[in-house]
Design a protein around this ligand. Structure first.
Ligand code: HEC
Length: 189
């Protein structure tokens, strides 16, 4: 009888150990963590370090852009930008003023219509963003735009200049109003 109980326990024990081994092997990402192969799961714990920041064959242009977006979404912004909201009305006068500022400070890289097709744009890596498209995306909230335009691309090693010394906040809000208005034809100053 005792032997029977012992055998039953050892069978159960063996089954539990087997079940644990099978579960560990089937865990999503386990295989890829071992082989180092890319997975499509961006939230997998080591995905970011392994596939975004350190991969030798990753496209550096794409990494610089993703780095900016990732920083905004997951690291957060410096204090002065976290709660920033536009202080100007997006009326005709402000949109027109924003258009003049855009023409003087941004168009040489981002293109007259925000499509990055001017001369300087061709030689930069990463190339200037297609602002006409990005302004329609969810990332383009006031805080993100103010931070990007004020601080530029120094932290991301890109050619986007920092404008916080060159333009006032109000001028930057006017440029943002102009972009949000869909880059209407500018009145020349
Ligand atoms: C010398 C060229 C240059 C000038 C001038 C410039 N930019 Fe940029 N800008 C870039 C480059 C290159 C990028 C892409 C890399 C990055 O995001 O840092 C960029 C990125 C951006 C982004 C982020 C887009 C995204 O996809 O998240 C915004 C917004 C932006 N620029 C707005 C402006 C505005 C507004 C001005 C004028 C006040 C301006 N830029 C002037 C080169 C320039």
């Amino acid at each position: 009888m005792r032997d029977g109980v012992r055998t039953t326990f050892s069978v159960i024990g063996t089954l539990v150990v087997l079940a644990l081994i099978v579960t560990a092997a089937c865990e999503p990402g386990a295989a890829s963590r071992k082989t180092g192969q890319p997975t499509g799961d961006m939230w997998q714990p080591h995905w970011l370090q392994r596939h975004m920041w350190g991969v030798p064959d990753a496209d550096p242009e794409m990494l610089a852009r993703m780095n900016r977006h990732y920083t905004f979404m997951h690291v957060g912004l410096p204090k002065e930008y976290i709660h920033a909201e536009s202080t100007i009305e997006p009326n005709d006068a402000n949109v027109a003023a924003g258009g003049v500022l855009y023409g003087n400070h941004c168009a040489r890289c981002h293109g007259t219509d925000g499509l990055g097709d001017d001369v300087a744009a061709q030689s930069l890596s990463p190339s200037p963003a297609l602002l006409q498209h990005m302004i329609e995306h969810p990332v383009a909230v006031d805080q993100y735009l103010l931070w990007t335009i004020s601080e530029g691309g120094k932290d991301f090693e890109t050619d986007m200049p920092a404008f916080k010394e060159t333009l006032t906040r109000e001028q930057i809000w006017k440029i943002i109003a102009y972009m949000r208005a869909g880059f209407p034809e500018r009145v020349k100053d």
